[in-house]
Write a protein that binds this ligand. Structure first.
Ligand code: ADP
Ligand code: ADP
Length: 228
């Protein structure tokens, strides 16, 4: 479902962030991306959700060659990919319900569908009774649950998560991991960059390690493999 063939990314300042990556990620896999800071993990993910385009090589997501996508087709691809960030990135002036509903309004879902779907998703992430809170009234873990609700509300086939537990304490991080595991179990592919050694070594999944823009390791049920 996600396939990269000899993908290179060179930023305009000359930095070679990815240097000829080839990889296949199947439907319903859960993949950890590990590696030192600056290795190319975020760039790898940005190419998947089409925040960046490759300098060379091909990337297909669900059969679309997304590097060459016509401008008007980008929303269709984006709708099929949910993104979660380390710093949550909620809209501060909207409440929990509205933050999640907004993601459906953007893709012009019918009001009736939004009213049915948003409460379902808030229930799944355990925030049904906090729908009218503002993000500032929530803990970090709760804010990340809202961000995850927003990411899955349009039923994407892929979730991209860039260090989703990076700002959370260990216990809260485990709660977020259980939620992502449940979402994966229900049929969503997950690609998650992380520096959390405990999580990777305990909740064993496929591990792809990137260093200096190259894949240096790719193992099913792999280990974190670094001391930091
Ligand atoms: P990671 O997520 O593993 O920390 P990144 O993909 O963010 O790595 O970065 C890979 C390399 O590309 C780094 O050297 C980084 O400084 C560089 N880089 C990332 N984004 C940009 C950008 N927009 N412009 C120039 N260089 C960038
Ligand atoms: P509209 O007035 O645009 O049709 P809605 O009737 O769906 O919008 O909702 C109006 C506001 O009421 C929302 O922005 C939200 O803050 C709140 N709201 C709607 N449904 C719920 C719900 N199930 N739980 C919590 N708050 C809700």
């Amino acid at each position: 479902m996600i396939e990269m063939q000899d993908v290179w990314k060179t930023y305009s300042n000359g930095t070679h962030a990815l240097k000829g990556i080839s990889v296949k990620i199947d439907r319903n896999e859960f993949v950890y991306l590990v590696g030192p800071s600056g290795a190319g993990k975020s760039t790898f993910m940005k190419l998947i959700y089409r925040e960046e385009v490759p300098t060379k090589g091909q990337i297909s997501v669900n059969g679309f060659n997304i590097g060459r996508l016509k401008q008007r087709k980008i929303p269709y691809v984006r709708r099929n990919i949910g993104v979660v960030f380390q710093d949550f990135r909620l809209l501060p002036k909207l409440n929990v319900y509205e933050n999640v509903a907004f993601a459906m309004e953007v893709v012009e879902a019918p009001k009736k569908v939004i009213r049915k779907r948003v409460p379902e998703v808030l229930e799944l992430v355990g925030l049904k009774n906090k729908a009218t809170r503002d993000p500032s009234q929530l803990s970090g873990g709760e804010q990340q649950r809202v961000a995850i609700a927003r990411a899955i509300v349009n039923n994407p086939s892929v979730i991209i998560a860039d260090e989703p537990t990076g700002n959370l304490d260990p216990e809260t991080s485990w709660g977020i991991m259980q939620l992502l595991d449940e979402i994966n179990f229900r049929g969503t592919t997950i690609v998650m960059a992380t520096h959390n050694k405990d999580i990777v070594n305990t909740m064993r999944k496929r591990v792809i390690a990137i260093e200096h823009g190259n894949i240096v390791r790719d193992e099913m049920r792999g280990e974190y493999g670094y001391e930091f």
